[in-house]
Design a protein around this ligand. Structure first.
Ligand code: FMN
Length: 209
C-alpha cells in the first residue's frame, strides 16, 4: 500500500481486540520511531513500552477508562526528560564521536551551541521543547504503524501525574506527555468505517509562489 493509502486506512481505534501484533511489526514500528528527526538530534525523550496486563489495567483507570489502553497489544508511553543537563549533552557528543569516528574535541562548537540553546530555557520551556520532539516521534510511530497495518490510537486523554506514579517515572527523571495504543481494531468498532474528516487542501495550505 502507498503511504497515502495506509494513512487513509488508519484511524484512531476506539476499541481494540486485545490481540497481539507480531514481533516483526513491533520492531519495525519501534525502529522507525527511533529514526525520527529531533531538534539537534538530541531526542530528549524515552518511550516506555508496556505489555504487562496488570499495569495496563491500572493505566486504563488513569486514562478515563479508555479501553484501548488495556486492550492494546503494546502501549507506548512517550515520556520527556524532566530537565536536560550537561551530562545528557555529553553523552550525545560521545555517541556522535563514536558513531562517526571523529575526535570528540571537534564537536566543541556544536556542544556549546546546544548547551546554550538548552540553558536559555527554563525548566518548563525545556519540557515544552522536549514534548515537541516527542510528538514528532509520535507522528513517525503513527505513520509506521499504518504502513505495517497495525492499528494505533494516539491519546492525550489520560492523567499524566497518575501515569507517572504507576510507572515510577519521577524516580527515572521522566514525565509522560502522550501515549500510543498499538493493536488490532475490534470488529465492532464503528469508527473504522467513518469517513475521514480533514480540512481541504485549499483550507490547509496557502501556497506562496
Ligand atoms: C495528540 C492526540 C491526542 C489524542 N487523544 C485521543 C484520546 O485521548 N482518545 C481518543 O480516542 N482519541 C484521541 N486522539 C485521536 C483523534 O481524536 C483522532 O486522531 C482525530 O479525531 C482524527 O481522526 P483519525 O485519526 O481517526 O483519522 C488523539 C489524537 C492526537 C493526535
Amino acid at each position: 500500500m502507498s503511504l497515502v493509502n495506509s494513512l487513509k486506512w488508519r484511524y484512531a481505534a476506539k476499541r481494540m481486540s486485545g490481540e497481539k501484533i507480531s514481533d516483526e511489526q513491533l520492531s519495525t514500528i519501534l525502529e522507525a520511531t527511533r529514526l525520527s528527526a529531533s531538534s539537534f538530534g538530541l531526542q530528549p525523550y524515552t518511550i516506555i513500552v508496556v505489555t504487562n496486563p496488570e499495569i495496563k489495567k491500572q493505566l486504563r483507570s488513569a486514562a478515563y477508562d479508555q479501553s484501548q489502553v488495556e486492550d492494546s497489544s503494546h502501549l507506548l508511553v512517550f515520556t520527556i526528560w524532566n530537565s536536560i543537563n550537561e551530562s545528557h549533552i555529553d553523552e550525545y557528543m560521545m555517541d556522535i564521536a563514536k558513531g562517526r569516528g571523529t575526535d570528540i574535541s571537534t564537536l566543541d562548537g556544536f556542544k556549546q551551541t546546544l548547551l546554550g540553546t538548552v540553558n536559555r530555557l527554563d525548566e518548563s520551556q525545556q519540557q515544552a521543547w522536549a514534548s515537541r520532539q516527542a510528538y514528532i516521534a509520535l507522528g513517525t510511530a503513527l505513520a509506521a504503524a499504518a504502513e505495517q497495518g497495525v492499528d494505533a490510537t494516539p491519546m492525550e486523554g489520560f492523567d499524566p501525574k497518575k501515569f507517572d506514579e504507576i510507572l515510577n517515572l519521577n524516580e527515572k527523571g521522566l514525565r509522560s506527555v502522550v501515549i500510543l495504543a498499538l493493536g488490532k481494531r475490534a470488529e465492532d468498532d464503528s469508527f473504522a468505517e467513518a469517513p475521514k474528516i480533514r480540512r481541504s487542501v485549499n483550507e490547509l495550505y496557502k501556497f506562496v509562489a
